[in-house]
Design a protein around this ligand. Structure first.
Ligand code: C5P
Length: 225
């Protein structure tokens, strides 16, 4: 693999403009996990890997997010979809390598961020891959349907990283096709850009439900004891 470029050539974009509707406790990035909010935690975790961080939050949370992150990250208003938030942040970057890290995965390991960056720098695009431990299926009209290809099935999650030209191409393709609410894996695939899969681990889990929020609070208690 190519050695990583200097940190100033790497920027992180952190979409955090969700409303946290499924959990029902308000915008998740502003929930407190131990002494920090999720936003403060992700900023602390990502900071050693990059030269600059851009955070996207809902318009009415910009002031409070700025107070929380201080000079560690720039804060901007996000959009109505995650794709729009990422786009608003990406358009403010110039660095050749872009890390994307959601604010709601507070236990991501530093080694995974480093692997994703190294893979993207070599291959152009890399995503964390969480392999399903049982066969993945889709349900069509209430009936189970198996994926067509034979490789291991699972989901792609953040952290992800991309050379800027790949993101530019993927967003241009989305614009050309009127796509406004898709994942980066979908945008890359639609634009014919291949994305390397880097194996993730369970600590990259996302907080969406009350169950995951409970686990998160226990993990932080463990960290602090
Ligand atoms: O909704 P979901 O859990 O997939 O959101 C993933 C990430 O995208 C979260 O960090 C959330 O705050 C962010 N997001 C965003 N702008 C939106 C919707 C979600 O930045 N409009």
């Amino acid at each position: 693999m190519n050695p990583l470029p200097e940190r100033d050539s790497i920027v992180a974009i952190i979409p955090a403009a969700g409303r946290g509707e499924r959990l029902g406790l308000g915008p998740k990035a502003f929930l407190k996990l131990g002494p920090e909010t999720l936003l403060q935690r992700v900023v602390r975790q990502v900071r050693p890997h990059v030269g600059r961080m851009l955070v996207g939050v809902a318009q009415d949370m910009v002031a409070s997010a700025r107070e929380q992150v201080g000079t560690d990250a720039e804060v901007h208003a996000g959009g109505t979809t995650r794709q729009a938030t990422m786009r608003a942040l990406f358009d403010r970057t110039h660095e050749p390598l872009v890390l994307v890290m959601d604010a709601n995965r507070p236990f991501v390991r530093p080694a995974l961020i480093a692997s994703i960056l190294a893979s993207a720098w070599t291959t152009g695009a890399a995503a964390t891959f969480m392999q399903a431990r049982a066969p993945m299926v889709t349900v069509v009209d209430g009936m189970v349907s198996l994926p067509e290809s034979s490789g291991p099935a699972g989901v792609t999650v953040t952290p992800q990283a991309f050379l800027r030209e790949r993101l530019t191409a993927a967003f241009a393709h989305a614009d050309g096709n009127g796509v406004t609410d898709a994942s980066l894996s979908r945008l890359m695939s639609d634009a014919g850009i291949r994305v390397a899969a880097v194996a993730g681990d369970e600590f990259s889990f996302k907080i969406t439900t009350e169950f995951e929020w409970t686990i998160a609070r226990h993990l932080v208690d463990d960290e602090r004891s």
